[in-house]
Write a protein that binds this ligand. Structure first.
Ligand code: KIV
Ligand code: ZN
Length: 516
């Protein structure tokens, strides 16, 4: 495959994806996702915005320390302090990239930046030159390019290439573009910018009108050779372009696209499950590629067709994206070493022997209830174990729920609050409702429940239920997760996890709207 034919996949799940309200990730979670993305053979991983907070800085450095087969990228506004912080966070990466950006649309320059176009060009050139002191691999983004004037984009891009940028990113920041228009914009820029052959054109589309993938693919047809995207389309508001849809469209329609990705597509489903599990954002069943129904044929006519010849209704193989790979990996008799090795192969590392012991005890408990343990069970078990250690203030000690025909369900719960045990009792419309009320009778969080969802992790009635609870308080949102073979216990864990998260004030800056 020649260089010109490679479509670079730039994954921003850990940065733009994390900007979804409630999707923030710990350092450890970012490392787990980073390793899964490396296994998927993503070319560039945008690991965070290092100036945003000390936690984000550490997470970017941690990913740069352990992920060696993908380029690790840090985001920086076109400001010296951001660029220096990104350079510092990336210093141990095998291959690093600094991604610097400034807004270029009239509306952003006038109202947000309060700068004139000449000042914006000057600041962009300065930023790129400063970033080049840390790495040869510098990307420049023209924020809100989708609503910027093409003449101005040509001017600023020509200048930043001259200053040393090797990737030019065209973000449709507010998801405003239409596919034909966006593709045409890329084509014109490639033609009109005199030094355009010295850089790779990239696109970064948001999904406000549901067109992020269509816009990205239109750009690829017009010469873009990098796409910025996220697993499951995670991202602010309606999300970013979904990685799995872009990659599978290019792979499936090789008759249309004159480029290929280097991704190992069989890793897609496990990455999707991991991201969903860690962020608590469930994947809708009818989501393309990674939804539970994406390859299910319900209607008799379809089933009949597929049985006679697969291609009648299937354009991709489920195995090619990693479905049907549910293998029993461990069971009741598996030892501590097998357990640890399997988790390490899933990118899960342990900070201490106590952590291995705690996780192994939980694994044995689970294996008693559920005979076949799949990779997905292990992922959920570890999210649960790590979540519990994060749940510093409130912990579930015990739960008893009575639910009987003709009777009102009642829950008795004991929580540990900063180490002191407190009991609570409540009745409710159902066992879960009673449980949440009993927890509230102790914690009085003052939060409002916005979402409650249950998914089974694998199939069968002994499968673990994975519960997501979204709570809101004073405009802040927190997602909590819990997994257990008993869904009422999983629900209690998820509720407590969300309460713990919402109580921690987040002092993390937003790259596009926040001050640092
Ligand atoms: O959407 C956007 O414009 C961004 C930039 C920072 C690239 O996320
Ligand atoms: Zn974005």
């Amino acid at each position: 495959m020649s260089q010109a034919d490679q479509l670079i996949i730039f994954d921003t799940t850990l940065r733009d994806g994390e900007q979804s309200p409630g999707a923030s990730m710990t350092k450890d979670e970012k490392v787990r996702i980073g390793k899964a993305l490396e296994k998927l053979q993503v070319d560039v991983i945008e690991a965070g915005f290092p100036i945003a907070s000390p936690g984000d800085f550490e997470a970017v450095s941690a990913v740069a320390n352990v992920v060696k087969d993908s380029t690790i990228c840090g985001l920086a506004r076109a400001l010296d302090k951001d660029i220096d912080r990104a350079g510092e966070a990336l210093k141990h990466a095998n291959s690093s990239r600094i991604h610097t950006f400034i807004a270029t649309s009239p509306i952003h320059m006038q109202h947000k930046l309060r700068m004139n176009p000449d000042q914006v060009v000057e600041q962009a050139i300065h930023a790129v030159k400063r970033a080049r002191k840390y790495t040869d691999n510098v990307e420049f983004s023209a924020e809100d390019a989708g609503r910027s004037e093409i003449e101005f984009l040509c001017r600023i891009f020509e200048a930043v290439i001259e200053a040393g940028a090797r990737t030019l990113n065209v973000p449709d920041t507010v998801g405003y573009a239409m596919p034909h228009q966006f593709g045409e914009m890329i084509r014109q820029m490639r033609e009109r910018i005199p030094n355009s052959d010295k850089a790779v054109f990239s696109v970064h589309c948001h999904n406000d009108l549901g067109l992020a993938v269509a816009n990205s693919l239109s750009a690829v047809s017009n010469g873009a050779r990098q796409v910025e995207c996220t697993i499951n389309g995670l991202g602010e508001r309606a999300g970013n372009a979904s990685l799995e849809e872009i990659v599978m469209a290019v792979k499936t329609r090789q008759d249309v696209f004159s480029c290929e990705t280097r991704l190992d597509t069989t890793q897609i489903v496990s990455c999707s499950k991991l991201v969903s599990n860690i962020t608590g954002f469930p994947v809708q069943p009818n989501k393309a590629i990674v939804g539970a129904n994406a390859f299910a044929h319900e209607s008799g006519i379809h089933q009949d067709g597929v049985l006679k010849s697969r291609e009648t209704y299937e354009i991709m193989l489920a195995e090619d994206v990693g479905w049907s790979q549910n293998r029993m990996v461990l069971g009741k008799h598996s030892g501590r070493n097998a357990f640890r090795t399997r988790l390490e192969s899933l990118g899960i590392s342990f900070e201490s022997e106590e952590e291995v012991n705690a996780a192994f005890t939980r694994f044995k408990d689970l294996a008693d209830k559920k005979h076949e343990i799949f990779d997905e069970d292990l992922q959920a078990l570890m999210t649960d174990t790590k979540t519990e250690s994060f749940n510093e203030r409130i912990k579930l000690v015990s739960l008893k729920v009575c639910s009987e025909t003709g009777e009102t369900p009642k829950a008795d719960v004991t929580l540990s609050l900063d180490g002191a045990e407190e009991p609570g009792t409540a009745v409710g419309g159902g066992p879960v409702d009673a449980t949440f009320k009993a927890i509230e009778s102790i914690v009085s969080s003052g939060t409002e429940l916005q979402l409650y969802s249950v998914n089974n992790i694998t199939s069968g009635t002994d499968a673990q239920g994975e519960v997501t609870v979204r709570l809101e308080m004073d405009g802040r949102i927190a997602n909590g997760q819990g997994a257990d073979t008993d869904i009422v216990i999983a629900s209690a864990k998820a509720y407590i996890n969300a309460v713990n998260k919402i109580m921690i004030p987040i002092t993390k800056a937003h790259p596009q709207t926040g001050d640092v």
